[in-house]
Design a protein around this ligand. Structure first.
Ligand code: ARG
Length: 431
């Protein structure tokens, strides 16, 4: 009883403390994350880690000694969401020999740096789709504990792959054995319905928020083709069943025309890449309400800077084969009315450059407002976090960013974020 009373007094004090010191953000213009328009001259009231209200400045009286953040010459938006990152990956590490020299902790140290540049670029939430087990889960937790600066993380384990699939180590002599993480295989490689089930369950047991599965070959793996389907529909269905039974979403890496259909039919929540989608695939995704998360900036980096970092010729060739097609097919999917969420595959190109994809999304068919919604309210819907994230409105987390020029006239404005608040805490302010 005493404890209950103490807890009550404590929570009362906390809420009083918060109630006493809200922060008032004066916003020149606001893009709320849901509509098309910019709202001029607004005030956002932040209490604790949440937004208390968004109102026209004329309706708000700001107390004299209040804590005020002046963004009255800026355009203010919700924190951005990247639905496809690899937070432990380095975009300067394509030389296979160097990759094998790196110990497993190195990825974790780099992930700390990557998390910081990501949130400072205005991406206050990421859905991490494939890091070593279970780096993203632990990074998520230490960020939540306040020990590391970074975005909110919706974490997966390693992408689940069939033997010889996109997530396997391929093209080495059969007698070559990599004993990187002996335990890792059980979290990464699965064949047959039972093993797929077991692998998804094992990942869930270790705390993933989302499951990632490879339904086709890929560009950045050896000895397989992006066009080739991987896993049977039955295997994919088993993964979907287990993820959904646990209340989690599941994302499928799928470049290939048939792989996109297989994964969509199996019931995944999002198709990642979607490079070779055809009209039938577009219709199927619409019918199932499946999201498309297409990393259409990557091609620039892979056929540019990555080559200087010794990207293997096989990968250059595969990128040349699908990069342009992916952008054209993205445009068809947009026209066809497929739901689009923003995801970049950051880690393939340097973390912190996440906003560079907006330009291509507009070039290939979205309006600037749609492209921003794909990284705010729409992304929040895909990741199942609409109640907390994706818009500037009462009750949401106070994840708020600002830019100096109007992103609705030139979306590249989002590449220069000058202010970042996450959960009511200012992480960047270049004013
Ligand atoms: N992770 C993807 C893969 O290896 C990257 C594809 C990058 N290329 C592209 N055009 N999106 O398949």
């Amino acid at each position: 009883m005493v404890r209950i009373i103490l807890a009550f007094i404590f929570s009362l004090t906390c809420s009083l403390a918060w109630a006493e010191s809200p922060t008032y953000i004066r916003a020149g213009q606001v893009f709320t994350g849901t509509g098309d328009a910019l709202l001029p001259n607004m005030v956002i009231v932040v209490e604790g880690e949440r937004i208390k209200s968004l109102s026209p400045a004329s309706e708000v009286t700001i107390p004299k000694d209040a804590n005020v953040i002046d963004l009255s010459t800026s355009i203010v938006l919700p924190g951005l969401i990247d639905c496809h990152t690899h937070i432990d990956h380095r975009a300067d590490r394509y030389d296979p020999i160097l990759q094998f020299r790196d110990g497993s902790f190195r990825g974790a140290f780099y992930a700390v740096q990557n998390a910081k540049v990501t949130v400072e670029a205005g991406f206050t939430t990421i859905r991490d789709l494939g890091s070593d087990p279970f780096l993203a889960c632990e990074l998520r937790d230490v960020i939540n504990e306040g020990a590391v600066v970074g975005p909110r993380i919706i974490a997966s384990g390693p992408g689940i792959s069939m033997t010889g699939g996109h997530g396997d180590l391929n093209n080495y002599a059969p007698e070559v054995k990599f004993e990187v993480f002996p335990a890792e295989r059980g979290f990464r490689i699965a064949d047959g319905v039972d093993q797929v089930r077991r692998t998804v369950r094992a990942q869930l047991k270790h705390g993933v928020d989302v499951v990632k599965i490879h339904a086709s070959g890929g560009v950045m793996s050896r000895g397989n083709s992006p066009g080739a389907s991987q896993f049977t529909v039955e295997e994919l269905k088993a993964a979907v069943y287990e993820a959904h039974a646990a209340g989690k979403k599941i994302a499928a890496h799928a470049h290939g025309t048939q792989a996109i259909k297989n994964a969509t039919e199996a019931g995944v929540d999002s198709i990642e890449h979607g490079s070779l989608i055809d009209d039938e695939g577009i219709e199927l995704m619409k019918k199932h309400g499946t999201w498309l998360v297409a990393d259409i900036y990557n091609d620039d980096y892979l056929l540019g800077k990555a080559i200087e970092f010794k990207l293997p010729q096989e990968m250059i060739d595969k990128e040349k084969a699908i990069g342009r097609l992916q952008r054209e097919n993205f445009a068809k999917a947009v026209k066809g009315g497929v739901k689009i969420a923003y995801g970049t595959d950051a880690g393939i190109y340097p973390h912190g450059d996440n906003a560079k994809q907006f330009f291509y999304m507009v070039k290939f068919g979205l309006t600037p407002a749609q492209s921003i919604r794909s990284a705010t309210s729409d992304a929040a819907e895909l990741i199942g976090r609409s109640a907390d994230l994706g818009s500037i409105s009462a009750g949401k987390f106070a994840d708020v960013i600002a830019v100096d020029t109007n992103p609705l006239s030139d979306v590249t404005a989002l590449e220069k974020v000058t202010f970042v608040m996450k959960g009511g805490t200012v992480l960047k302010s270049h004013k």
